[in-house]
Design a protein around this ligand. Structure first.
Ligand code: NDP
Length: 342
């Protein structure tokens, strides 16, 4: 069967495409331009010479009817995975243009294109985020986040890029669910709601000095004051591995239990001290260059600073799926990174 993957040049989407090709699906990816997709397509051709991957250009997902042509021209598309959405900071544009419009209109554009041209589609999976789940203020640390939690943020109250991103994801997921309730289409709709997604680039050739937004958090942690011996409580978030996030994009196509799930998946709390402990344990060459912090404080700083969560609903439906550990995610990112930039 044929799967449409929007934003197929992205960090997460490349792993999604990889899993699909491995399982013998045919894949049509969308990308902003040929220049953007061709090096990635070359890498995929080396790995999968069967030629089951092609690309279509969708220059701007926020433009009216952005996905109409693709769905009109490909009646073989049975599954749609919508991952495209802006996730980089410093875009230097007004927040609505940079985040809200592409996230929200991109999502509604794909759903409308399916409605108009693709009644044969049976499953849609949208990449949402923990950003659409997380509570604000004190509740961020005290509430237990589940797949029933919703970020209460209002666009009018957005003050910085990080909030603009979170609001864009919240509004996009809400709009998708509202569309689904009102239109009652024949397909199933699942969302994937991951927190900070860590893990290696699918292809070594994509490793750059500055990594993709989520992995670059690890680099920021390595740039903390290397002489510090205080408990390192910065970057208090949650994490999950990119290979698991990719798997949870494919599972709703194959597992009825997950076809309509709000898939909230978290492997571990994330905090600078935990990452520093993993790096100091596994990479002696980094000793002295990165902070040690206070090694034994890690459980305390997590308990004090990180959000609480319960992801058992989604994992149970996935046959008690075992998620990749934070340690493996971090080690795999740094092995790949240090082999290029040591
Ligand atoms: P990337 O930036 O690597 O991927 C984003 C993809 O969307 C790219 O293919 C990008 O194209 C495309 N895109 C963004 N804006 C536009 C636009 N205006 N028009 C056309 N295409 C656009 O990030 P990730 O792989 O990390 O993110 C993928 C999805 O996962 C996003 O929906 C993101 O919100 C979500 N997510 C990510 C998390 C993370 O920690 N990484 C956590 C939770 C959710 P191009 O490559 O040309 O820029």
């Amino acid at each position: 069967s044929t799967v449409l993957v929007t934003g197929a040049t992205g960090f997460i989407a490349q792993h999604v495409v990889d899993k699909l090709l491995k399982r013998k699906y045919r894949v049509i990816g969308t990308a902003r331009s040929e220049a953007r997709y061709s090096p990635i397509l070359e890498e995929f051709k080396k790995k999968y010479p069967e030629g089951n991957l092609t690309f279509e250009v969708v220059a701007d997902i926020a433009a009216d009817d952005a996905f109409d042509e693709v769905l009109k021209n490909h009646p073989e598309i049975k599954y749609v995975l919508h991952t495209a959405s802006p996730f980089s900071y410093g875009l230097n544009k007004p927040f609505d243009e940079a985040y809200l419009n592409p996230a929200l209109h991109g999502t509604l554009n794909i759903l409308n294109a399916i409605k108009k041209y693709a009644p044969q589609v049976t499953n849609v999976v949208i990449t949402s985020s923990f950003a659409a789940v997380k509570q604000l203020g004190d509740a961020f640390k005290t509430e237990i986040h589940t797949n029933e939690s919703w970020n209460p943020i209002k666009w009018e109250e957005v003050k910085n890029e990080n909030e603009a991103y979170s609001a864009s994801k919240t509004y996009a997921e809400r709009a998708a669910r509202k569309f689904y309730e009102e239109e009652k289409p024949a397909y199933n709709l699942a969302t994937v709601n991951p927190p900070m997604v860590l893990g290696p680039q699918l292809f070594d050739s994509s490793v750059e000095k500055v990594l993709n937004t989520s992995n670059e958090f690890l680099n920021k942690i390595t740039h903390l004051d290397p002489t510090s011996t205080a408990p390192q409580d910065k970057f208090a978030l949650l994490a999950v591995d990119v290979r698991d996030v990719a798997e949870f994009h494919v599972l709703p196509l194959e597992n009825k239990e997950l076809e309509s799930e709000r898939e909230f998946i978290v492997s571990s709390p994330l905090i600078a001290q935990a990452v520093l402990n993993i790096l100091n344990d596994n990479f002696p060459e980094l000793h002295g260059k990165i902070a040690r912090g206070d090694y034994s404080s890690v459980d305390d700083v997590i308990a004090r600073s990180c959000p609480k969560y319960d992801v058992s609903s989604t994992l149970k439906k996935a046959s008690d799926y075992k998620l990749i550990s934070l340690e493996k995610s971090v080690v795999d990112v740094y092995k790949q990174y240090l082999s290029k930039y040591s």
